[in-house]
Design a binder for this molecule. Structure first.
Ligand code: FMN
Length: 150
């Protein structure tokens, strides 16, 4: 069965709301035949990445870059996964309180290096997520999962 790996760094109620919405979308019962595995960015491994068929990523933007935990994830998996995961689809949400540009730029650079293909535009959420932000996160999760559905 195709597997979607959801790697997230969840640090607060706002980021937890985004995480829950994206997970709910990915696990929507109407999407058949996709296993969704969720891992915190600080424990996700290269094996998790190799064993998945697509990726959902969720992280804060801190100091104009991806949160350190998400950077650690990419630092850990980059070379062990670069040959075998090229071409796989991914989607992401970024959360912040001021501006997400630096995080988006970093995500683009890293995923381009890995050769991962954006399945959806990144969802950006600033501040406390409102209903439309949560709907966007849910839609993101559902769309990336549906893309792996048999
Ligand atoms: C050290 C630090 C740096 C931050 N830098 C940024 C930033 O560059 N851009 C941004 O949009 N938010 C920034 N933030 C806000 C975080 O992204 C935000 O705290 C995180 O997503 C959790 O959301 P919450 O604080 O609303 O719960 C920063 C937070 C911290 C603690």
């Amino acid at each position: 069965m195709p597997r979607l790996l959801f790697v997230h760094h969840t640090v607060s109620p706002a980021t937890h709301d985004c995480y829950q919405a994206a997970l709910e979308g990915a696990r929507d019962p109407s999407i058949k035949g996709v296993e969704v595995v969720s891992r915190a960015a600080l424990v996700a491994s290269a094996t998790d990445v190799l064993e998945a068929d697509g990726y959902l990523l969720g992280t804060p933007v801190n100091l104009g870059y991806l949160a350190g935990a998400m950077k650690h994830f990419f630092d850990t998996i980059y070379y062990p996964c670069i040959d075998e995961t090229r071409g796989r689809p991914f989607g992401a949400y970024l959360h912040g309180n001021q501006g997400l540009e630096g995080g988006q730029r970093a995500l683009d650079t890293i995923t381009t290096g890995l050769g991962w293909k954006p399945a959806q535009a990144t969802v950006g959420v600033l501040g406390a997520p409102g209903p439309s932000d949560l709907a966007d996160c849910r839609e993101l999760g559902a769309a990336v999962a549906a893309g792996l559905s048999l």
